[in-house]
Design a protein around this ligand. Sequence first.
Ligand SMILES: [Zn+2]
Length: 130
Amino acid sequence: MLISFSILLLSLMSILIFYTYRCETRFAWRKIVWYGQNMPENWICMNGDNLQIHESTKAVFENKVYYFCSQQCFNHLAKHFKEVAMVADAFSGDSINKADAIIGLKTRNKQDVVYFKNKENFNRYYETKY
Ligand SMILES: [Zn+2]
C-alpha cells in the first residue's frame, strides 16, 4: 500500500516537473541537436540573434519576413533597419539580409545564431568547426 502510494506520488511529481520545465527541456535539447543544421527561423529573434525558448512571432517589414521575440524587438529593427536587418555572413563576411539568410547555431549548446548567404557557406562554416 505504502509502496504503491509512493510510486503514484513519484510519477505524479515527474509529470508535474516535465510539464513545468517542458519548454526549458526542449530549449536545452534544441541547442544541442540543431547545431550544424539549417534551423527553423520561427524559433529565433532576429533582433537579439538568438534561439528562443518559445516560438517567435512573424513580422513583415518592407516585403520581407522576419521573426521576433517581442514587439520591442520588431520596433528596434524598424528603427535601426540597416544595423539590425543586415548582417555579415559568418563564413564569407558578405553583407546579407537576415530575412534571406540560412540560419544556424554559432556554437553547440549556446543560443547565439549566425547567418549565411547560401548553403555552401553554411556547410563550409561547420566543416571548419568539426
Ligand atoms: Zn527579441
